[in-house]
Design a protein around this ligand. Structure first.
Ligand SMILES: [Ca+2]
Length: 355
C-alpha cells in the first residue's frame, strides 16, 4: 500500500507543470549569481549580505533586512520585492520585469532596463540612467529622484515626492486624486509649466536641465499643477559657515551645497555648558541679516556666515535649570525663601479627606 502511494505521489510530481515546482533559494551570506545559473525564487536576507548578479536568470527575488543586491547583468524575469532597508542596485546590462519596493528600501537604477517600478511606504528610488518601458510609480511617502534615464510615465500618488533634475520623461500625472498631496520638484532653467486647459488637464513643462539638455514633459490631470514646484535658474554653490566655527546648528549644515533659486536658511541656539550661544546675525547676502530664519537668493555663488554670541547666563537657561527639588520659587537656589514658602502653606491640603 505504502509503495503504491509513493509511486502515485512521484507520478503526480512529474505531472505538475514546471512552474508549479518552484524552488526557493535563500542567500544569507555574500554570494554571486553569474552566467549559466538559473534560480526560481531567490530570498536575500541578513543586514550585511551582498549578492552580486552578473548573469544568469532569477524568476523572483525577495530582499529582506538591510541586504544588498547588485544587479549588473542577467535577467530577473518575473517580480522583485524589496522590504525593510534593503538596497537594490540595477546597472549595466541587467534586465528586470516588475519591482515592488516597500519599507525604507533604496533602489538605484543607473542602467539596464526595467518594465515598471512601484514604490510604497517610505521607499526611495533613484533613477540616473537606464530605460523603463512602462512606469515608475511613487505612492504613499515614497521618494523618486530622477537625474537621468528614460521613463515613459511617472504617476505620483498619495503623499509621494518626485524630484526631477534630468532624464527623459514622457508623461507626469497624478494617478489618484483621493488623497493626493504629492509633490513634484523640478530643477532646471528657463522652466515653464503650461496648462492647455480642458477636462483632462493636459499641459507641459519645458525647459533645460543644468547640463543644457532641452526637455519637454507632458502633464496629465489638472490637479497636478498645484503640486509642481519649479526651481528655475542656474545652480550655484552656497557655502555655510559659523562663528565660532565649532557650532553647527545651521540649516543647511556647515559646508558647501548646490542650489538653484531661493534657499531657506536657519540658525538655532547651542547649549555648550556652561555657555549658551545664541544667533546674533548673518554675514553675507541674505534677505534679513537679523532673522534666524531667512532666505538666500542663489543667483550667484554665496558665502553666508552665522554669527553667534554667548548669551548672558541666567537662571532657567539650558545650562542653569530651575527645577531643583525644594527650589519652590524656581530661583535656582534652595534657601530660606523656599522654607518661607513652605511655612506659609503649612498643612494646606488637597487630599480628598480634606474636602
Ligand atoms: Ca529657591
Amino acid at each position: 500500500m505504502m509503495k503504491t502511494l509513493s509511486i502515485t505521489i512521484l507520478i503526480m510530481f512529474f505531472l505538475l507543470p514546471i512552474n508549479a515546482r518552484a524552488v526557493t533559494t535563500i542567500f544569507d551570506s555574500n554570494s554571486t549569481i553569474s552566467d549559466g545559473n538559473a534560480y526560481d525564487t531567490v530570498v536575500v536576507k541578513g543586514d550585511s549580505t551582498v549578492v552580486e548578479m552578473t548573469g544568469g536568470t532569477v524568476t523572483k527575488l525577495f530582499m529582506m533586512d538591510a541586504s544588498t543586491f547588485n544587479l549588473s547583468g542577467g535577467d530577473i524575469t518575473d517580480e522583485i520585492y524589496c522590504y525593510d532597508k534593503s538596497k537594490l542596485n540595477i546597472s549595466a546590462n541587467a534586465s528586470i520585469f516588475h519591482a515592488f519596493v516597500y519599507g525604507k528600501s533604496i533602489t538605484d537604477f543607473s542602467g539596464g532596463s526595467v518594465d515598471y517600478i512601484l514604490s510604497h511606504e517610505c521607499a526611495t528610488v533613484n533613477v540616473s540612467g537606464g530605460v523603463a518601458t512602462s512606469v515608475i510609480n511613487t505612492q504613499h511617502s515614497s521618494v523618486l529622484n530622477i537625474t537621468g534615464g528614460s521613463i515613459p510615465s511617472v504617476p505620483v500618488d498619495g503623499s509621494g515626492t518626485v524630484n526631477i533634475s534630468g532624464g527623459t520623461i514622457g508623461m507626469l500625472h497624478i494617478s489618484s486624486t483621493g488623497d493626493a498631496s504629492g509633490k513634484v520638484n523640478i530643477s532646471g532653467y528657463n522652466l515653464s509649466a503650461v496648462p492647455y486647459g480642458g477636462s483632462y488637464g493636459r499641459g507641459e513643462i519645458t525647459g533645460y536641465w543644468h547640463d543644457d539638455t532641452y526637455f519637454n514633459i507632458n502633464l496629465d490631470n489638472s490637479l497636478l499643477y498645484s503640486f509642481i514646484k519649479l526651481y528655475d535658474g542656474p545652480v550655484h554653490t552656497l557655502t555655510m559657515q559659523t562663528n565660532p566655527a565649532f557650532i553647527n546648528t545651521v540649516t543647511p549644515s556647515v559646508g558647501s551645497h548646490d542650489y538653484a533659486g531661493c534657499v531657506n536658511i536657519s540658525a538655532e541656539r547651542l547649549a555648550n555648558c556652561p555657555d549658551v550661544y545664541r544667533f546674533d546675525h548673518w554675514e553675507g547676502d541674505v534677505a534679513d541679516a537679523n532673522a534666524a530664519n531667512t532666505i538666500v537668493d542663489m543667483d550667484a555663488n554665496k558665502v553666508v556666515t552665522a554669527i553667534f554670541v554667548v548669551d548672558e547666563p541666567k537662571c532657567g537657561d539650558e545650562c542653569h535649570p530651575n527645577f531643583l527639588l525644594a527650589d519652590h520659587n524656581h530661583d535656582c537656589v534652595v534657601n530660606f525663601s523656599d522654607m518661607a514658602m513652605l511655612a506659609s502653606r503649612w498643612l494646606d491640603c488637597t487630599k480628598p479627606e480634606c474636602d
